[in-house]
Design a protein around this ligand. Structure first.
Ligand SMILES: NC(=O)c1ccc[n+]([C@@H]2O[C@H](COP(=O)([O-])OP(=O)(O)OC[C@H]3O[C@@H](n4cnc5c(N)ncnc54)[C@H](OP(=O)(O)O)[C@@H]3O)[C@@H](O)[C@H]2O)c1
Length: 457
C-alpha cells in the first residue's frame, strides 16, 4: 500500500454523515489538516444544534475550510437528497464518509423489531441511498464506518452487529458496481463518543474479551488513511490485543470464532476446565464440611463476578456488596448467570442477581439449588470426617495399647450401630494388661477404670 493520504480532490466537497458526532468531527478535522480539503458538508439530525457544533465550525473555518452544517435524517431519502442538492456545483461531491449511526444494545430477549430497525436505518438504509444518489459522481472515496462487532460479535449488540455486517457486504457490492467503496470495521476508539461514552466497566471488559483494545485517535486516523488507499472493500481497522484475550479466555469457545486460529488457549487451562467439568460442583461442595460450603460458593460467585467485570482478583467484589454498585448491568448479569450455570451445572434464571443482589445472597440460593442438605451431603461429610479420623489414628502410639483399645471399641460400636459390623463385645484392654467388657461393665467399673487410666486413683 503506498504511503501518504489518498488524493480526495482538494477542490471538491466531502460529505461527512454524523459529522457533528465524535468520530465525524475527528474525521472532518483530519480531512482538512491532512488531506487539504477545503469544502465540508457535515450532516446529522441535530445539525447546527448538536453539542459542540459551533466550536467545530469555528475551528475548521480557522483551519481554512468552508463548512456547511445541515440538519437531516440520512435514513430518509428525501432529506438526504435535499442536503446533497445544496452542494455548490463549483465544488462537486468528491468524498463520502458515512459515520452516522446509533445503538440500541440489549440482551437478545430484550431486542425488538423496532430496535433492529432503529439501528439498521442510519447505517444500511442510508448507505443504500447514499450510493444511489452519488454513484454517477465519480467519487474519490466512499467510506462506510462499520464496527468490528459485526466481524467478531459482541454480547448485547446483535442488531448493531447485523447492521455493520450489512455495511461490509454493501461495500463489496458498491465496489463491484464501480464505486470506490470501503467499509472500515472499527474497534473501539479511545476517544469517548456519543456511542461509547456510556460504556461501563462490564462493557469495556466484554470488548476486551473480543480481543480489542481501545485505539488512540492518531492510530485510528492512520488506519483510516490506509483504508482510503486500499483496494479492499472491507477491512477491520482495530487495535488487537490477542495476548490479553488469551489471558482472559478460559476455553477456545470463549474466543471469537474468527480468531481461534490465532489464539490458542494454553492446554493447562483447558485441562483444568475439563477436569472441573468432570467432577460435578455439587459433589465437590458436598465433600466439604457443612460450615465451609457457603463460604466456598461465595468465593465462586465473587471470582466469576470479578471475571465478568475484568478484575484480576475476587477481592474486588465484596461478599456483601451489591452487584449493581460493583458495575453490573443486565448483560453482565446474564454473563454471570451463564458462568455460574456452567460452573455448577444448575439452571439459573436471568434475573438471578436482581433476586439475589449480593454474592452472599446469591451463594445461599446456589447452595439451596444444589440441594447440598440431604443424605448425600451427610454421607459425603461423614466420609470427609472419616478421612481426618484415619489420619489421626495413624498418629496413635503403638505402645499405648489401652488408648488404641478404647478407640477401637468406639469404632466397633459405631460400625455396629451403622449395621456395618456385627455388634461386637467392646472389650477394653487396660494399661495394666487386664481387660474390661464395656457392655457388661457397670458405670462404677468404667469410672474407676478411667480414673486409673488418667492417674486419678
Ligand atoms: N466510537 C467508536 O469507538 C466506534 C467503534 C466502532 C464503530 N464506530 C462507528 O463510528 C460511527 C460514529 O460513531 P461515534 O462513536 O462517533 O458516535 P456518535 O458520537 O454518537 O456519533 C454518531 C453521529 O451520527 C449522527 N446520526 C445518528 N443517526 C443519524 C441519522 N439518522 N441521520 C443523520 N445523522 C445521524 C448523530 O447525530 P444526531 O444524533 O444529531 O443525528 C451523531 O452525530 C458509527 O457509525 C459507529 O458505529 C464507532
Amino acid at each position: 500500500m503506498p504511503d501518504g493520504p489518498a488524493p480526495l480532490g482538494a477542490d471538491g466537497t466531502a460529505l461527512v454523515t454524523g459529522g457533528t458526532g465524535t468520530l465525524g468531527a475527528l474525521v472532518a478535522r483530519h480531512l482538512v489538516t491532512e488531506h487539504g480539503l477545503r469544502h465540508l458538508l457535515l450532516v446529522s439530525r441535530r445539525g447546527p444544534a448538536a453539542p459542540g457544533a459551533d466550536a467545530l465550525v469555528e475551528e475548521l473555518t480557522g483551519l481554512g475550510a468552508r463548512v456547511t452544517l445541515a440538519a437531516a435524517d440520512v435514513a430518509d431519502p428525501d432529506q438526504l437528497a435535499a442536503v446533497l442538492d445544496r452542494i455548490d456545483p463549483e465544488h462537486p461531491l468528491t468524498a463520502v464518509i458515512h459515520t452516522a449511526g446509533v445503538i440500541r444494545d440489549g440482551v437478545i430477549t430484550a431486542q425488538t423489531p423496532e430496535h433492529l430497525a432503529t439501528v439498521l436505518a442510519p447505517k444500511t438504509d442510508a448507505a443504500h441511498t447514499l450510493h444511489e444518489l452519488t454513484k454517477h459522481q465519480n467519487l474519490s472515496a466512499f467510506v462506510l464506518f462499520s464496527s468490528a462487532a459485526g466481524t467478531l460479535g459482541n454480547p448485547g449488540q446483535a442488531n448493531y452487529a447485523a447492521a455493520n455486517t450489512a455495511l461490509d457486504a454493501l461495500a463489496h457490492r458498491f465496489r463491484a458496481e464501480g464505486t470506490p467503496a470501503v467499509s472500515l470495521a472499527w474497534g473501539l476508539w479511545e476517544e469517548a463518543s456519543g456511542m461509547t461514552g456510556e460504556l461501563g466497566t462490564a462493557d469495556l471488559e466484554r470488548g476486551r474479551r473480543t480481543g480489542i483494545a481501545p485505539m488512540p485517535t492518531a492510530l485510528a486516523l492512520t488506519l483510516l488513511d490506509a483504508g482510503l488507499r486500499s483496494d479492499e472493500a472491507a477491512l477491520v481497522t482495530a487495535r488487537m490485543d490477542l495476548a490479553g484475550l488469551r489471558g482472559r479466555a478460559g476455553s477456545d469457545s470463549e474466543v471469537p470464532a474468527v480468531l481461534r486460529a490465532l489464539v490458542r488457549i494454553p492446554r493447562k487451562a483447558a485441562r483444568a476446565a475439563a477436569a472441573t467439568a468432570e467432577e460435578s460442583f455439587a459433589d465437590r461442595l458436598a465433600a466439604l464440611a457443612p460450615a465451609e460450603r457457603l463460604g466456598s460458593v461465595v468465593e465462586l460467585v465473587r471470582t466469576q463476578a470479578a471475571a465478568v467485570l475484568g478484575h484480576g482478583t475476587a477481592r474486588a467484589i465484596g461478599a456483601e456488596a451489591a452487584f449493581k454498585d460493583a458495575g453490573f448491568d443486565s448483560l453482565a448479569a446474564v454473563e454471570l448467570r451463564n458462568r455460574l450455570a456452567t460452573a455448577t451445572g444448575v439452571r439459573l434464571p436471568a434475573t438471578l442477581i436482581f433476586d439475589h443482589p449480593t454474592p452472599t445472597e446469591l451463594a445461599e440460593r446456589l447452595v439451596e439449588e444444589l440441594g447440598i442438605t440431604g443424605e448425600a451431603a451427610t454421607s459425603q461429610a461423614a466420609t470427609v470426617e472419616l478421612d481426618s479420623l484415619e489420619q489421626a489414628l495413624a498418629t496413635l502410639s503403638t505402645a499405648d495399647e489401652s488408648a488404641r483399645a478404647l478407640v477401637g471399641a468406639r469404632l466397633l460400636d459405631l460400625a455396629a450401630r451403622l449395621g456395618a459390623a456385627p455388634a461386637a463385645t467392646a472389650t477394653l484392654v487396660t494399661g495394666t494388661g487386664g481387660s474390661l467388657d464395656l457392655d457388661a461393665a457397670t458405670d462404677e467399673e468404667i469410672f474407676q477404670l478411667m480414673d486409673g487410666e488418667l492417674g486419678l486413683s
